[in-house]
Design a protein around this ligand. Structure first.
Ligand SMILES: NC(=O)c1ccc[n+]([C@@H]2O[C@H](COP(=O)([O-])OP(=O)(O)OC[C@H]3O[C@@H](n4cnc5c(N)ncnc54)[C@H](OP(=O)(O)O)[C@@H]3O)[C@@H](O)[C@H]2O)c1
Length: 295
């Protein structure tokens, strides 16, 4: 059985790659080759915006499942470059969904908690998305394409991802925070943003499970703790032996030049807890797991 992971040098992809089961022949599609640690990976360097190359890749590998992590995930970049965001987040996903249908592969798409407006909180999978920025609009359109392409496809809505890179690099706010704290610098965290952070190790295991099991549809992959990001920052500082006073509150929606963010994007993870063998974890459990993997 073959598993293809797009965006293979990214933060979430590194955890999926590292934890992929031995039954899979694992393939990675990223702009460059990534590392081979304990888990050997067949890398296919590709710019996914080259849709003809993507088509050739899918037809030559013929994966049984694809986990699509690749995206432009920088919310402010998307706001300022909507055409690039649409080409990558919608265009590539549309083509991939079509290719998966042609080749019979199951597609697991990484969406986001940002698809909602954040006015309510405790969102379930049946709440309708109300996007408030370009990034979210591209993800909502991509979700619709993925779900329409096949009933076996999965839209996994990820909460804020907390953790350290497992393989490769990518966009880890925890790594950046720890670097600043080590230098004795203060770090600002938005107090207005309520989230249900999920640790990257639990997330990688859950996405692997979804590539293999029979579930199709929308599922929230989020942690069990509902907390504002400032509170989360203080908890991280405490857990890593730094003073929580180095964490400062900020309102992300009062900073000039930034795309709007949903205030309360907390996700209800009942479905994940019911369907998956992977246990969803609290923030403190996720931190323990994360820190136990560091040398
Ligand atoms: N991290 C979070 O808190 C979070 C929360 C909710 C949802 N998500 C979603 O989860 C997914 C993974 O996020 P992440 O944090 O792992 O992001 P990430 O570290 O930025 O990884 C995204 C990967 O996509 C690759 N990529 C972008 N454009 C590409 C292109 N044209 N061709 C080939 N590769 C391309 C990037 O490659 P380069 O390294 O070469 O740029 C990067 O390795 C994304 O879909 C994101 O929207 C993330």
């Amino acid at each position: 059985m073959k598993l293809l992971i797009t965006g293979s040098n990214g933060f979430v992809a590194g955890s999926i790659l590292a934890q992929a089961g031995v039954q899979w022949e694992v393939h990675g599609a990223g702009r460059t080759e990534g590392p081979n640690n304990s888990r050997p990976v067949h890398y296919h360097p590709i710019d996914l915006l080259d849709l003809e190359k993507l088509s050739l890749l899918m037809h030559s590998v013929r994966p049984d499942a694809v986990i699509h992590t690749a995206a432009i995930a920088n919310i402010d970049f998307c706001e300022n470059h909507p055409a690039i965001a649409e080409a990558m987040n919608i265009g590539v996903t549309e083509r991939l969904a079509r290719l998966c249908r042609e080749t019979g592969a199951k597609l697991v798409f990484c969406s986001t908690d940002s698809v909602i407006d954040g006015k309510k909180g405790h969102y379930t999978e049946s709440d309708l998305p109300v996007p408030i920025n370009v990034y979210a609009r591209t993800k909502v359109k991509a979700e619709q394409t993925v779900l329409a392409a096949s009933a076996k496809n999965v839209v996994a809505r990820l909460s804020l991802v907390m953790g350290l890179p497992v393989m490769g690099k990518g966009n880890s706010f925890l790594a950046e925070t720890l670097e600043k704290l080590k230098r004795g610098e203060t770090v600002k965290f938005p107090e207005n943003e309520i989230r249900t952070p999920v640790d990257v190790i639990t997330l990688g295991a859950a996405l692997n499970e979804l590539a293999e099991n029979a579930f199709g549809g929308i599922i929230h992959l989020s942690g069990n703790t509902r907390i504002n990001r400032y509170g989360m920052g203080r908890q991280i500082a405490e857990a890593t032996g730094f003073s929580p006073d180095l964490i400062l509150p900020v309102n992300s929606n009062s900073l000039p030049g930034r795309a709007p963010r949903p205030d309360d994007a907390s996700l209800d993870n009942s479905r994940a807890r019911q369907i998956l063998n992977t246990p969803m974890r609290s923030l403190s459990e996720g931190l323990v797991l994360t820190l136990s993997r560091t040398g």
